[in-house]
Write a protein that binds this ligand. Structure first.
Ligand SMILES: NC(=O)c1ccc[n+]([C@@H]2O[C@H](COP(=O)([O-])OP(=O)(O)OC[C@H]3O[C@@H](n4cnc5c(N)ncnc54)[C@H](OP(=O)(O)O)[C@@H]3O)[C@@H](O)[C@H]2O)c1
Length: 251
C-alpha cells in the first residue's frame, strides 16, 4: 500500500487505533476522513488538523448509509483507501442464568455487519482507482479465541475468512485487501483500564509498527500481523492450538 497522497476513510476514527492511524496517515500527507458516532470528537479532530474531515456515521444504522454514501460520492469521489476499523468488544458469561444474546447481537451488528455495510458503500468508489486499498481491523484473537470474549473473537474470525474471499475477488479489479490483526493494545476498547494496562502494547508503538510493515510491504497474504502473534496465526498448522488455547484460557 502506498502511504502518501491517498484519500483515506477511517471508520472508528474517533479514538484508539483508528484515531492514531488516521492522525499518522494525515501527518504523512494523505487526505483523511474519519467517522464515528461521537460528534464532539469528530469536530475537535477536524479543528486540530486542517484538512482532516470528520463525518458522523453509526455503522449499526443501515439507514444512515444512503446519506453517508451520497456525501462521499459528492465530496470525496477521489477516495482510494478504506480502513474499516470500527468495532466493539464485550465479555459474555454464558453460564449465567441471566445471560441473553444482547451483547452477541450488538457485536455482530458492529463488527460484522458494520464492515460489510461499509464495504458495500465504499467498494464502488475504490474500483478503478490507482492504488486502491481496503483494510479492515480484525484481531490476533481471530486465530485462537479468549473464551470470555466468545462473540468478539468469532466476529474477528469471520473477518479473517471474509477478507480472504474479498481479496480473491478483488485480485483483478484490482483492490489490495489487507487485514490488520492487532495484539492487545492500550486503547479503551474494553474500558478505561485497558489504556494503561502494562500487558497491552502502547498505541504509538503499534501504529508505528503497522506503518513500517505497510511501507516495507511486509504483508504476506495481505496480513498485517506482528511477529509475536505468528504462533497464534499458525497454531493449528504447528500442532500448538490446544496448548495455546489452554494457556490463554486457564482451566
Ligand atoms: N485495542 C486492542 O487491544 C485491539 C486488539 C485487536 C483488535 N482491535 C480492534 O481495533 C478496532 C479499534 O478498536 P480500539 O482498540 O481502537 O478501541 P476504541 O478506542 O474503543 O475504538 C473503537 C472505535 O470504533 C467506533 N465505533 C464503535 N461502534 C461504532 C458504531 N456503531 N458506529 C461507528 N463507529 C463505531 C468508535 O467510535 P464512536 O464511539 O465515536 O462511534 C471508536 O472510534 C476494533 O475493531 C477492535 O476490535 C483492538
Amino acid at each position: 500500500m502506498k502511504l502518501t497522497g491517498n484519500t483515506i476513510l477511517v471508520t472508528g476514527g474517533t479514538s484508539g487505533i483508528g484515531r492514531a492511524l488516521a492522525e499518522a496517515l494525515h501527518d504523512r500527507g494523505n487526505r483523511v476522513i474519519v467517522t464515528g458516532r461521537r460528534q464532539p470528537l469528530l469536530e475537535a479532530m477536524s479543528l486540530a488538523r486542517p484538512g482532516l474531515v470528520g463525518l458522523a456515521l453509526d455503522v449499526d444504522d443501515p439507514a444512515s448509509f444512503a446519506r453517508f454514501t451520497a456525501t462521499l460520492r459528492a465530496h470525496f469521489p477521489e477516495l482510494n483507501v478504506l480502513i474499516a476499523n470500527a468495532g466493539i468488544s464485550r465479555t459474555e458469561d454464558m453460564t449465567r442464568d441471566a445471560w441473553t444474546a444482547d451483547d452477541a447481537e450488538a457485536i455482530v451488528q458492529t463488527n460484522i455487519l458494520g464492515v460489510v455495510r461499509v464495504a458495500a458503500a465504499v467498494l464502488p468508489l475504490l474500483k478503478g482507482k490507482a492504488d486502491a486499498a481496503f483494510l479492515a481491523t480484525s484481531s490476533a484473537l481471530a486465530f485462537v479465541p479468549r473464551a470470555d470474549f466468545p462473540t468478539y473473537c468469532a466476529s474477528k474470525a469471520f473477518l479473517h475468512s471474509w477478507l480472504q474471499s474479498l481479496r480473491h475477488q478483488m485480485r483483478h479489479v484490482p483492490i489490495e485487501v489487507l487485514e490488520l490483526s492487532p495484539p492487545y493494545v492500550q486503547t479503551e476498547l474494553t474500558g478505561a483500564q485497558q489504556a494503561s494496562d502494562p500487558r497491552a502494547m502502547p498505541l504509538p508503538d503499534y501504529v508505528a509498527e503497522v506503518l513500517q510493515m505497510l511501507e516495507d510491504g511486509r504483508t504476506p497474504r495481505g496480513e498485517v500481523l506482528l511477529d509475536r502473534d505468528l504462533p497464534r496465526r499458525w497454531a493449528e498448522r504447528d500442532g500448538k492450538y490446544e496448548a495455546l488455547f489452554s494457556a490463554m484460557n486457564p482451566g
